[in-house]
Design a protein around this ligand. Structure first.
Ligand code: DGL
Length: 226
């Protein structure tokens, strides 16, 4: 059984990718709504919350866990050894995917904590040469938790906010944008419409690919929500 966690609905974008890749595997999803959002908290708090999510999932029977939260993934190296061993973080796979398609200018939008950690910048520069610009767009997390998604048109207020938050990305002339928070792929279509020609990378998708690559797809195909 594979466990997946996030602070809320963001990780559902990873669950959807994983389900598509692994139709038979049993999965268990934990949304830590009680402590959301993670992106405005300090490192120690995010670390403690992540460890408790991992423990809950492992106790329920998850043998492998996808950290479907970029904010929590930035702290993977600080997890206890046991927790580290069974978890897959999603920053590195996203950075590799961005390098595969980028011509050299990569932008990242993410939570306040993820941007403060510079985890994407570090990872991108360790993969190869590129220019990196990181922007905190924490407001998009609340927007998605409030129900905004590609399934319906944005209100004019939501459109205005999204456009304002993406303005620095447009100005940076990045050719590739990492949607560095798993909530953001829920707005992928709206973001693509505002940034035509820019490659969009989803850590949810890349993380799901990473775990699928090393796991046999077998089981009853059940999804349980904790
Ligand atoms: N979806 C999460 C992430 O990828 C957390 C968002 C939040 O709770 O602030 O960073």
């Amino acid at each position: 059984m594979i466990g997946i966690f996030d602070s809320g609905v963001g990780g559902l974008t990873a669950l959807a990718e994983l389900r598509r890749l692994m139709p038979h595997t049993d999965m268990i999803y934990l949304a830590d709504r009680e402590h959301a959002p993670y992106g405005t908290k300090c490192e120690d708090e995010i670390l403690a919350l992540s460890e408790s999510c991992i423990e809950r999932l492992a106790k329920t029977g998850a043998e492998k866990i996808l950290i479907a939260c970029c904010t929590a993934s930035t702290l993977h190296s600080r997890l206890t050894e046991g927790a580290r061993r069974i978890t897959t973080p999603i920053i590195a796979p996203a950075a590799r995917a961005a390098h595969r398609v980028s011509r050299g200018k990569i932008a990242v939008i993410a939570t306040e904590a993820t941007v403060r950690s510079h985890a994407f910048r570090r990872e991108l520069l360790s993969v190869g040469r590129c220019e990196v610009a990181e922007y905190a767009t924490q407001e998009l997390v609340s927007m998605v938790e409030g129900g905004a998604s590609d399934k319906k048109p944005l209100t004019s207020e939501q459109k205005g906010l999204l456009s304002r938050l993406l303005e620095p990305v447009r100005a940076s002339r990045a050719d590739t944008l990492i949607l560095g928070c798993t909530h953001f792929p829920h707005l992928r279509g709206h973001i693509a419409a505002m940034l035509p020609g820019v490659n969009l990378i989803s850590p949810s998708r890349e993380g799901a690919l990473e775990i699928a690559k090393s796991t046999e797809d077998r089981g009853g195909g059940r999804t349980v929500f904790l």
